[in-house]
Design a protein around this ligand. Structure first.
Ligand code: EPU
Length: 303
């Protein structure tokens, strides 16, 4: 969506929010898929309530984009303007075994920063792409570790109330790749509590996870990680592999040859290609196994 009202643009920029017109969002996602829209970069969290109020008042719909690593955006001109948080400086603050982290920070960088302070536990999350906020939203996990385990407080902009609120750990439900945050909540900062561990030991854990990931996932290709959640007690990747679907493609959207639950953009895949591939694979799994796979990647629907 384009913001054409110059008065609105003036009010937005007066808040310290940067307005970028007609941005290619494919470049903002790890899949390299997505159309265009205006992008609003929020530098100060405190301005969010007023920004959203201004947009609402002007009838401008918006969506919030984090690191873009677990999302499939539509093709063409998007019907929303896109909000993104700028990284805060300083973005990490330690208090004993607790650390406040800005949600716009890269998750992997957070894991290593904490390691340097002899705080571990998150080694398994090292190769998970995206921001801390994105990891929180999905309760990102890998190699037996889920971020939710360490969450003690989250500062969040709640669209429902139009205010910035602080939620404590017990107020948030963390399940397998699902949390109780509302879809339009915007995570701003989080306090994690991490176990003390010597730096060298954490580094060793990080190295092992990195090796496992390199051996089993197509890290050098454009993807959004796993496309489907694992069904209870099962493995989406194994089922798709058993169906002989590695390399199966629609246009440039392709089931990875390396890990069958990763669908890669092998060139210039469109969202339509990727959605068709997802639907096709889901149908084949349903027909063979009687299992209805649920998307793990967040699909932005045009409704
Ligand atoms: N498998 C196959 N063929 C494949 C892929 C996997 O036979 O093409 C088999 C493996 O041999 C293994 C089983 O399926 O026996 C499970 O595979 P893997 O260990 O790779 O883990 P996964 O269940 O496919 C999950 C997470 C990943 C996470 C890894 C490592 C989900 C949907 N996926 O994958 O998370 O990195 O474990 O902990 O929960 C993501 O969320 O985007 C993601 C990639």
């Amino acid at each position: 969506m384009r913001i054409s009202d110059s008065k609105l643009i003036g009010e937005i920029t007066a808040l310290g929010v940067e307005h970028k017109a007609d941005v290619s969002l494919a470049e903002k996602t790890s899949l390299g898929i997505g159309g265009t829209s205006d992008l609003l970069i929020v530098r100060r969290h405190e301005t969010l309530p007023e920004l959203v109020r201004l947009l609402k008042q002007a009838g401008v719909t918006h969506r919030f984009l984090g690191g873009g690593s677990n999302v499939l955006l539509p093709d063409g001109e998007l019907p929303w303007v896109i909000l993104q948080l700028a990284r805060q400086e300083p973005d990490v603050r330690f208090e004993g075994n607790s650390v406040w982290v800005d949600c716009a920070v890269d998750l992997g960088r957070t894991v290593t920063t904490c390691a340097k302070h002899d705080l571990g536990g998150m080694e398994g999350l090292i190769g998970v792409p995206g921001t801390v906020g994105g990891a929180l939203r999905m309760n990102a996990g890998a190699y037996g570790t889920q971020i939710g385990t360490f969450v003690r407080e989250v500062r969040v902009y709640r669209a429902a109330t139009g205010r910035i609120e602080t939620l404590t750990g017990p107020e948030i439900n963390f399940e397998y790749r699902h949390t109780s945050f509302a879809p339009d909540d915007i995570m701003l900062a989080v306090r994690l509590e991490l176990p003390s561990k010597p730096y060298s030991e954490i580094l060793q854990g990080i190295r092992i996870c990195n090796e496992k990931r390199r051996a089993s996932q197509p890290l050098n290709q454009k993807s959004a990680g796993c496309i489907f959640k694992n069904p209870p007690g099962g493995s989406a990747g194994r089922m798709i592999d058993e169906l002989g679907l590695k390399g199966h493609s629609v246009g440039d959207a392709r089931v990875s040859d390396c890990h069958a639950n990763f669908f890669v953009n092998a060139g210039h895949a469109s969202a339509a290609d990727m959605l068709e591939l997802i639907a096709d694979v889901r149908r084949r799994v349903r027909e063979r196994y009687g299992v209805e796979l649920e998307e793990e990647v967040i699909v932005w629907k045009q409704s």
